[in-house]
Design a protein around this ligand. Structure first.
Ligand SMILES: Cc1cc2nc3c(=O)[nH]c(=O)nc-3n(C[C@H](O)[C@H](O)[C@H](O)COP(=O)(O)O)c2cc1C
Length: 443
């Protein structure tokens, strides 16, 4: 039997207009209402997925580049995924729901209390995807921290939250009708947290969990990000090429980082995957061949997406001239520019057209050669072959499928893949009762 693996879903553009700009928009779901997401999460659960992670960004962008973010709803609008979470928990029984939370946006005491409440309400199915983006500091009236200082703050934030979650010891909750005593204050730690960024007193006024804490998920892949994961996380959300060597190397970095904090085997690493499932190998070949020649409209859409991410208008540039770094202001992350340049990082004369076209190019999942990326085309059997290979040959824990939460996207990705994975024993058929942390520890 193949190695069993965990599947999750990453709602990659957050709680925003699902399906805008595509024909499926005309299914007529209202993205502002819970029904669309509730329908989708029921299907994720039926499919045996372990968790949903909801992307978020606090900011609609600065006034000068706002139109780039909103023109095609690429970066905004975006509603708050924490507020969506209870609706999704109510629609499901086993699926973990993990909204993204920017560390700057909640004081540790408030976050500890809200997530403790949600965790109790959902029978231990909640998590936090902890992110450290500082671009939104201006909305929060905060100073903009450096990359590493933002991680220091995140360390302090999670440490403080865990102290609060554990401020009630095992004997604190008595609930004995015979004596009429509900709780014993002598068993509650007052918590005096004096950290590098947060100072506060406890204890938390929420009762303790009779199971694992809410799941801590982290997506940062830099050395500092992996150190954070090694110290605090239950799940690392990982982005790397989906080939055996890259997966082995990333998993080894996570293992080293967690071992450095005495947390051997504490993390599950889940790799982002965006498969495009087609009916036959011939269709896959056709789709891949066509993707090598994107039309002007497609290049424009890609330029607009990157313009939103880089808060720099690439749509006004001449496609046939080299992309000059001076167009990017100081506020633009060098990682974003490197991501845009991609394979042309060392070719300053490469015209913008070629740089953009590489982002349209799809590859076959069966391309065994070199680096495969995270997005590819194949039949369900071919994609399952890759998933099986990553589990058996690289010890992979699992994958996070990335897309919106429109039912059409969910069906396209899962309808054929799920039965194949089940037949091979890779995907679960039933859940235990240990909440989301328990599900991730089942195998
Ligand atoms: C798969 C993935 C998902 C991410 N999701 C979010 C998100 O929802 N919100 C956000 O602000 N940042 C998100 N990030 C960005 C990371 O939080 C982090 O800021 C970025 O990866 C830079 O950190 P690093 O230098 O440690 O890699 C995501 C990154 C990855 C790889």
């Amino acid at each position: 039997m193949a190695k069993q693996q965990h599947l999750g879903w990453f709602l990659s553009r957050g709680f925003g207009p699902q399906g805008w700009g595509r024909p499926d928009w005309d299914w007529g779901y209202d993205w502002r209402r819970p029904d669309l997401y509730q329908q989708s999460v029921r299907q994720l659960e039926q499919a045996g997925l372990d968790l949903l992670i909801i992307e978020d960004a606090l900011s609609a962008g600065n006034p000068a580049t706002l139109d780039l973010r909103v023109r095609t709803a690429y970066g905004a609008p975006k509603h708050d995924p924490v507020v969506l979470t209870p609706y999704l928990l109510d629609a499901t029984r086993h699926l973990g729901i993990v909204p993204t939370v920017n560390v700057g946006s909640y004081l540790p005491y408030v976050a500890a209390r809200q997530f403790a409440s949600l965790h109790h309400l959902s029978d231990h199915r909640v998590g936090i995807n902890v992110v450290t983006d500082v671009g939104s500091a201006t909305h929060l009236g905060q100073e903009r921290l450096s990359h590493d200082a933002a991680y220091d703050r995140a360390d302090d934030w999670v440490t403080g939250i865990r102290e609060l979650w554990h401020s009630w010891s095992d004997g604190a909750l008595v609930a004995d009708p015979a004596t009429g005593r509900y709780a014993d204050a002598s068993q509650i730690d007052a918590v005096r947290h004096r950290g590098s960024h947060f100072s506060f007193d406890g204890p938390l006024n929420a009762v303790p969990f009779d199971g694992a804490d809410p799941l801590i998920v982290s997506p940062g892949g830099s050395p500092r990000g992996l150190d954070f994961a090694g110290r605090h996380s239950d799940v690392q959300l990982a982005l790397t090429s989906l080939d055996v060597d890259s997966i082995r190397a990333y998993r080894e970095r996570v293992r080293t980082a967690s071992a450095a904090h005495g947390r051997e085997d504490a993390l599950r690493t889940l790799f982002v995957m965006k498969p495009r499932i087609v009916a036959s190998a011939e269709e896959a070949d056709r789709v891949v061949a066509a993707s090598a020649h994107p039309g002007e409209e497609q290049l424009k859409a890609i330029a607009l997406g990157w313009s939103s991410d880089a808060e720099t208008d690439l749509t006004v540039l001449d496609l046939d001239r080299p992309l000059d770094d001076v167009v990017f202001g100081e506020h633009v992350s060098r990682g974003t520019v490197a991501g845009l340049r991609g394979r042309y990082a060392e070719e300053p004369d490469a015209p913008l057209r070629r740089i953009l076209a590489q982002h349209a190019r799809l590859c076959r999942v069966t391309d065994g050669t070199g680096r495969r990326g995270t997005e590819f085309v194949g039949t369900a059997e071919e994609v399952a072959d890759l998933i099986e290979e990553l589990g058996d040959d690289a010890g992979n824990d699992g994958l996070i499928l990335s897309g919106d939460l429109h039912p059409v996207t969910v069906h396209r990705m899962l309808d054929e893949l799920v039965p194949v994975l089940r037949r091979r024993g890779i995907l679960r058929r039933e859940y235990g009762d240990g909440g989301v942390a328990g599900n991730l520890r089942d195998f």
